[in-house]
Write a protein that binds this ligand. Structure first.
Ligand code: FPP
Length: 245
């Protein structure tokens, strides 16, 4: 991949980046536009971010598109976000497939219209063998909901208490088979986790930027990766222990 001259290359690229795409509403408000225009601009922005992830060698990208709490937003916005998901599949799927993107979904599809649910499942099926980038779309996703579902399934299976380990719990999460996120990015200046990947993100590095999501571009992503590559990940150990591993 050709990098621009003088561009500082990130030394260590995270394998899995997750993003809380925040600030669409404020982006729209600042332009006198309806909130949904912000979500549409945010969706457009995804195209260059996906391409940039491929360019930087990121293997997994997880995006928080609709949380279990977002049902509480005005009906028009909820319906608009559902329509956006449908439009993205209709419009972008052939190109994503061509680029080698494997689509996955995390969350609960049960509350979606049956036709939309089927569309998501067909897109997952179509792209399941692609291996350029795994794009996990968190839609009707909540970290607590995910853990509750995992506990219910573990109990249903009759797993004995002493068999419950971190590895076992991970097997019951929506993200089964996906490595934990190395870097979680939140745009728009908010400093919260908002029920996103609360189990998987236990040792993730966080990066916050005041930029609203529709303006978060390739250069912003490069800066986030650059900062990540300078962080020391210790996993509870001392600095010298971590350095010798
Ligand atoms: C948070 O901004 C953003 C969301 C709740 C939705 C994010 C969704 C997209 C970018 C669309 C992509 C969707 C798919 C299906 C790929 P906010 O509305 O809370 O912004 P605010 O804090 O400024 O109000």
């Amino acid at each position: 991949m050709i990098f621009k001259k003088q561009e500082k290359l990130p030394k260590r690229v995270p394998r899995h980046v997750a993003m809380i795409m925040d600030g669409n509403g404020r982006w729209a408000l600042a332009r006198g536009l309806p909130r949904l225009a912000g979500h549409r601009a945010g969706t457009e922005n995804l195209r260059q971010i996906i391409e940039s992830c491929v360019e930087f060698g990121i293997e997994y990208l997880t995006i928080y598109a609709f949380s279990t709490e977002n049902w509480g937003r005005p009906l028009e916005e909820v319906q608009g976000l559902m329509r956006i998901l449908e439009d993205v599949i209709d419009r972008e799927l052939p190109e994503l497939h061509k680029q080698g993107v494997q689509l996955r979904h995390i969350g609960n599809l049960d509350r979606l219209r049956p036709e939309l649910r089927q569309k998501v499942m067909d897109a997952i099926q179509l792209t399941k063998d692609n291996n350029r980038l795994v794009l996990n779309v968190a839609f009707n996703y909540g970290g607590r909901d995910e853990i509750i579902c995992a506990i219910q399934q573990i109990i249903e299976k009759g797993v004995r208490p002493e068999e419950v380990t971190e590895e076992l719990v991970s097997q019951y999460l929506y993200t089964v088979g996906v490595p934990d996120p190395d870097l979680i990015i939140r745009t728009s200046g908010e400093l919260r986790g908002s029920n996103f990947l609360i189990w998987q993100g236990a040792y993730a590095e966080w990066y916050f930027t005041p930029t609203f999501w529709p303006n978060f571009d390739r250069e912003e992503l490069r800066k986030a990766i650059e900062e990540y590559s300078q962080r020391e990940r210790r996993y509870g150990k001392t600095g010298s222990q971590a350095a010798s591993e």
